[in-house]
Design a protein around this ligand. Structure first.
Ligand SMILES: Nc1ncnc2c1ncn2[C@@H]1O[C@H](COP(=O)(O)OP(=O)(O)OP(=O)(O)O)[C@@H](O)[C@H]1O
Ligand SMILES: [Mg+2]
Length: 218
């Protein structure tokens, strides 16, 4: 498997009779967003304007005001700190037989560490929606409603040490002290990673380390 074969497979999904939704999953820091951005750029160059859209699950993070009410601020990123019902509802809208002129999706703003409503526009012309996030293949609670709304799910599976190093570096890049970053990874991200890693067997395709390493983040 290489990147070209993934681009070809995604192009096939975009050529189907109705809009397709491709899920990209994997543990925190696995390279999901980098793969999604790469596919978006590659397919964008091949297909008409607006034919491919990118809607991250990340946009459905609960805001801090909601996390504080639930006493879950310390656990931001865990499965119960997302608005899974909102995500499912948006996926249903995106898959409707008659797609809307524009469907707006929220994004997660990393500097604010908050979701931002209405940030991503999915035009009617979108033939393929890329959606990426940690919990697409989870079966607990309402997460089991996600998989039936996706045409395929690809699982990013990098080398564990590479993933950990990049995840920690990214927390530092976004303002945490190195020690604080390492502590957050150990206490929050890694328990979540274990939940995600356990869903690997349900993926339609596993994206191996070599393909993920060939990507160039922008
Ligand atoms: N091939 C690569 N070479 C160098 N750096 C990379 C590569 N792939 C990803 N990265 C970096 O690793 C970090 C994690 O990648 P990315 O954000 O794509 O992962 P993610 O799975 O979306 O993470 P999260 O679950 O936290 O959203 C980012 O800082 C990204 O720039
Ligand atoms: Mg990401």
């Amino acid at each position: 498997m290489d990147l070209d074969s993934l681009v070809q497979r995604a192009t096939g999904l975009a050529a189907g009779p109705r809009r397709a939704v491709l899920g990209i999953t994997g543990s925190p820091g696995a390279g999901k967003s980098t793969l999604a951005a790469t596919l978006l750029a590659r397919l964008g160059a091949l297909l008409p304007d607006g034919a491919v859209a990118h809607v991250p699950m990340d946009g459905f993070h609960l805001a801090d005001v909601a996390l504080d009410r639930l006493g879950l601020r310390h656990a931001k990123g865990a499965p119960d700190t997302f608005d899974v019902g909102g995500y499912v509802a948006l996926l249903r809208r995106l898959r409707a037989a008659e797609p809307e002129e524009i469907a707006y999706a929220p994004m997660f703003e990393r500097d604010l560490e908050q979701p931002l409503a209405g940030a991503i526009a999915v035009p009617r012309a979108a033939r393929l929606v890329l959606t990426e996030g940690n919990y697409l293949l989870l079966t607990d609670g309402r997460w089991h409603e996600v998989r039936p709304l996706l045409d395929e799910v690809w699982f990013c599976d990098p080398a564990p040490d590479v993933r950990l190093a990049r995840l920690t570096a990214r927390h530092v890049e976004f303002g945490k002290e190195p020690q604080e970053a390492a502590a957050w990874v150990a206490a929050v991200d890694e328990p979540n990673a274990a939940l995600v890693q356990a869903t690997r067997g349900r993926a339609d395709l596993v994206v191996p380390p070599a393909v993920l390493e060939s990507l160039r983040p922008t």
